[in-house]
Design a protein around this ligand. Structure first.
Ligand code: ZN
Ligand code: ZN
Length: 185
């Protein structure tokens, strides 16, 4: 793909043609599993028959086609819609080892950086969720230096930070009674 052909990217960095294809192939493989294991095997000979299988497979292929069309059109909203169509179809097989996205144990960092500064988001993906599902609320982007200072228990002058000025800070051992940490309470 030439650079000038790359459409406006959707907000979700997981929405790529490669991952859409992976979701589609995963769904197709699971449908085939279901067809093999369940067709005609229910107590009354029920189960998803070849017709249901073809219908479900056709729906997944349709979603992939919509994605491809949206991707070449560069419409972020349609790209997301089609992508989530695929991902939601795959939801019943979330426990399958081939599930195309990792599932958080609660410690997985949010993978979406601030678009301009590239600062990482300090929120975690909740347990049982996938990175593309994200986390509650908005992202909390923070300069790695600030995160490091927070972790060290440093007192940071947030008013300077919010004004876009370099953060003033000191460690608790260097604190004085007129520190902004006490002043702002
Ligand atoms: Zn985030
Ligand atoms: Zn202080």
């Amino acid at each position: 793909m030439n650079v000038h052909e790359v459409p406006v990217r959707a907000g979700n960095p997981f929405c790529t043609p490669e991952s859409a294809q992976r979701w589609h192939d995963f769904i197709a493989a699971r449908l085939l599993d279901d067809l093999r294991t369940e067709y005609g095997c229910g107590p009354d000979g029920s189960g998803p028959g070849p017709w249901d299988y073809r219908k479900a497979l056709e729906a997944a292929s349709g979603d992939l086609r919509s994605f491809t069309t949206a991707w070449s059109g560069g419409d972020p909203e349609k790209i997301e819609d089609a992508w989530w169509g695929l991902k939601n179809t795959a939801r019943p097989w979330k426990a399958h080892p081939d599930y195309p996205e990792p599932i958080s144990d609660g410690t997985m960092p949010c993978p979406v950086p601030e678009p301009e500064s590239g600062h990482p988001c300090v929120k975690r993906i909740p347990r049982g969720w996938t990175p593309s599902e994200g986390h509650g609320g908005g992202h909390f982007w923070e300069a790695p230096k600030v995160t490091e200072l927070h972790a060290a228990g440093a007192h940071i002058d947030n008013s300077a930070l919010l004004a876009g000025q370099p953060a003033k800070w000191h460690l608790p051992k260097d604190c004085t009674p007129d520190c902004w940490k006490w002043r702002n309470r």
